[in-house]
Every structure is written in structure tokens, then in C-alpha cells.
Design a protein around this ligand. Structure first.
Ligand code: PLP
Length: 409
């Protein structure tokens, strides 16, 4: 994996080489993506669709080519199933509005899990408030995996949708979404998968997984900020009403009646981020050129090797607790440290001391407050990887952590 493809990784932080381990929040961009953004704005920046002039036609072709690339990356049946949004949060909000309008009534329920990011909690809470429906939460077992027995008990005739994270953005654990989907489908209930932390790290095929909806963000997979995807099975997208009105999503507008555009445009009101989609397409090319097998193996190894390195550092009387330590993880893991008196060392203090040594990690609740409350801590230190991280990063991180513990222990 070539770090040199990512110019920002040559930055120095406080005079130290940057070790970037905050990839679950956002990834850095390779030169091809940076060039794509400049190219688009320099050579074919024009509003897409309906333009008769050359620039508009080029921009349109590139935008639709990017959609086809994204469709192929996730194994969608057709590019019509790929709706461009602003990101995962926007995708889930759009679905909550649209699906909520179509299917949810007073007394119905929606199921999410205990490890969700706020983006897969709050839109459903808002919907449930609007519709007087109930939000049900799949609890965790002692080893911090989803309690599937409890899940099976909570599905009933009033369950309208299950929406679950594929990979926890705090723990890095991989939820059994295939089983969750099969169970939901056996009750006739559709499933939305929050793929924000899985799509960037593993080969995911929506047809094979058989999810009804999938949400993810380009910026977490080497693409630009401000663009993401709501995948939906075509027969669902055909049935569902648009979440927003305005340009692009219409067929005809009159004072009496508005008719809607075909898929996927029905869900894309307003000018889309067409230069962003072009750059996102280049990010998918970059991923494909490296290959999922290589990325997946590399990132799984990084998690395992970092956890292993943490077991060997000099703790200076401190104790480290890695959450869900024994479970398979991808991309991410969280830990906390306790001083020689057994008191929690605040994750912010560790994060700050790591930062001073050039190591960027994230600390806090990671937009998953219900999970953090369940863990009974004010936050965690989260280490998250991308394809450009390497053993040298792990070594620097482990040394920096050892120093931090010496100072805080
Ligand atoms: N869902 C999960 C699991 C996430 O990790 C994140 C971001 O960290 C989101 C949703 C929200 O993504 P975005 O801020 O790109 O909309």
C-alpha cells in the first residue's frame, strides 16, 4: 500500500511525522481524488442534466459514470438503485422521512441496535415521535455482541423496519447483519444497513447480503466530503415517495399537480454534488485498483497487531482495557486506560498526549452516546485504520501510548 499516494501523510504535527489513526471519522484522499476535484472544476464544471452545451454534457456523463462505478462497487442490480445524498446521515434521514410517510403509523415499531451511531438513532426517534410509533433497541450480550435472541423476540406484526450498523464505529465489531436480514425478511420486514463503517473496509455485495437499503459516505472511503449514497432495492424505491421536493426530482410541475422523475432522480432534489460524484468515482477506481482482498486482510491485521503491541508496552502500573477484545473487528477498536489506583484516565488526556507526539486518534463518545453510557465511561480512545496505515504507525502509536501512560499513570 503506497502512503505516497496521500500527500497529507507527509505533514508534520508538532515537528513529528503525522500518524493518522482517525479514519473512522474521515479518511485522507489520494492524489487521484485531489486531482479529480481540481480537474472537474477546471475543465468541465457545469450543471448537469438538460444542458445542451458541451460542458454540461461532459459533467452529466461523468456524474452518471460515477454512479455506475458506485453501483458496481456494492453489487447493485442497476445504477438506478444508487441515490446520491450528502452522506450516511442524509441517507438515513431521507429514508426515515420517505419510508415513514409510506409505511409507519401509530402503534408501529422500528428496530435499531444498542451500538448505533446517532445518525441511525435520531432520524428514527424523530419519525417515531411524529407517528407515535415505538423505537425498539436490540440489546448487547456480556461480550458486547448483539443479542439475537432478544432481537427475534422483539420482531412482531407491527415492526415496519429494522435499521442496524454493519460495523460499530466505536468497537469495530462486525454485526451479524446477514442473520438479522434473514430473520426480518421471514417476518416480511425490510432492513436498512448503516454501512458507514463497513463499505470502506470490506467487499460488500447488496444482492448477496439481500439488504433492502444501505447508507454510506464517500469521505470515509477516500472520496470527498459532502457526498454519500442511499442504496435501495428498485422495487422499494419505486414505491417510496420522495423525501424532498424541488428541481431534478420532478417530471412535470403545475399548480394543480407535480409528477415525479424516474429513479434515481426522484430522490435527488436540487443540484447534486456532480464534481464530488466525479471525485468519488475516482476513489472507487483507487479502491478497485488495490483490491478488496488486499485491503481487508491488511486492515484486519492492523487491528490485531495493534492490540498485540498494546499487550507488550510497559504499563507503568496502569491497566489497559480493549473493548470486545476477543471479537473479530474491522478497521476500528476502542480502549480505556486506568491508573495505578484503578481510576480511569480520561480519554481526552490520552488523546492530547498522543497528539503531541504526532498521533491522531479520536476520543469521546464517537456520536454513540447510548453505547458509551452502557459501557459506563465518559468516552473511549478510538484507533481506526485505513489502507495506508502500516506497521511503522503501530510502532509509533505504541511508543506514544507508553509515554502517555508514564506521564498519566
Ligand atoms: N453511521 C456510522 C456507523 C458512522 O460511523 C458515521 C460517522 O462516523 C455515520 C453514520 C455518519 O456519517 P456522516 O457523518 O458521513 O453522515
Amino acid at each position: 500500500m503506497n502512503k505516497n499516494d496521500f500527500p497529507i501523510l507527509r505533514e508534520m504535527v508538532y515537528g513529528k511525522p503525522l500518524v493518522y489513526l482517525d479514519n473512522a471519522a474521515t479518511t485522507q484522499k489520494p492524489q487521484v481524488v485531489l486531482d479529480a476535484i481540481t480537474n472537474a472544476y477546471t475543465h468541465f464544471n457545469a450543471n448537469i442534466h438538460r444542458g445542451v452545451h458541451k460542458l454540461s454534457q461532459t459533467a452529466t456523463v461523468e456524474h452518471e459514470a460515477a454512479r455506475a462505478k458506485v453501483a458496481s462497487l456494492i453489487g447493485a442490480k442497476s445504477p438506478n438503485e444508487v441515490v446520491f445524498t450528502k452522506g450516511t446521515t442524509d441517507s438515513i434521514n431521507a429514508l426515515a422521512i420517505s419510508f415513514g410517510e409510506y409505511a409507519v403509523n401509530e402503534g408501529d415499531n422500528i428496530i435499531v441496535s444498542a451500538v448505533e451511531h446517532h445518525s441511525n438513532i435520531v432520524p428514527w426517534q424523530m419519525l417515531c415521535q411524529r407517528k407515535k410509533a415505538q423505537l425498539r433497541v436490540i440489546p448487547l450480550t456480556n461480550d458486547l455482541s448483539l443479542d439475537l435472541d432478544a432481537y427475534k423476540q422483539m420482531l412482531d406484526q407491527r415492526t415496519k423496519l429494522v435499521s442496524v450498523a454493519h460495523v460499530s464505529n466505536v468497537l469495530g465489531t462486525i454485526n451479524p447483519v446477514r442473520e438479522i436480514i434473514e430473520t426480518a425478511h421471514s417476518h416480511g420486514v425490510p432492513v436498512c444497513v448503516d454501512g458507514a463503517q463497513s463499505v470502506p473496509h470490506m467487499r460488500l455485495n447488496v444482492q448477496d447480503l439481500n439488504c433492502d437499503f444501505l447508507a454510506f459516505s464517500a469521505h470515509k472511503m477516500y472520496g470527498p466530503t459532502g457526498i454519500g449514497v442511499l442504496y435501495g432495492k428498485e422495487d422499494w424505491l419505486v414505491k417510496l415517495p420522495p423525501a424532498e421536493g424541488g428541481g431534478e426530482m420532478i417530471e412535470h410541475v403545475s399548480w394543480e399537480k407535480t409528477t415525479y422523475n424516474t429513479l434515481p432522480y426522484k430522490f435527488e432534489a436540487g443540484t447534486p454534488d456532480f464534481n464530488g460524484s466525479y471525485a468519488f468515482g475516482k476513489a472507487t477506481d483507487y479502491i478497485t485498483s488495490i483490491g478488496w482482498e488486499t485491503i481487508e486482510t491488511h486492515e484486519r491485521n492492523l487491528v490485531a497487531e495493534t492490540q498485540q503491541a498494546m499487550r507488550h508496552i510497559h504499563l507503568n502500573g496502569c491497566r489497559l482495557h480493549i473493548y470486545a477484545e476477543q471479537q473479530p473487528k474491522i478497521g476500528t477498536f476502542s480502549f480505556n486506560a486506568y491508573n495505578h489506583n484503578g481510576a480511569l484516565i480520561h480519554p481526552f488526556d490520552i488523546g492530547t498526549l498522543l497528539d503531541r507526539q504526532g498521533v491522531a486518534v479520536r476520543t469521546g463518545h464517537h456520536c454513540a452516546e447510548p453505547l458509551i453510557n452502557l459501557l459506563g465511561v465518559p468516552g473511549t480512545v478510538r484507533v481506526s485504520f485505513a489502507l495506508y496505515n502500516d506497521e511503522n504507525d503501530i510502532r509509533i502509536f505504541a511508543n506514544a501510548l507508553e509515554k502517555a501512560l508514564t506521564m498519566l499513570g
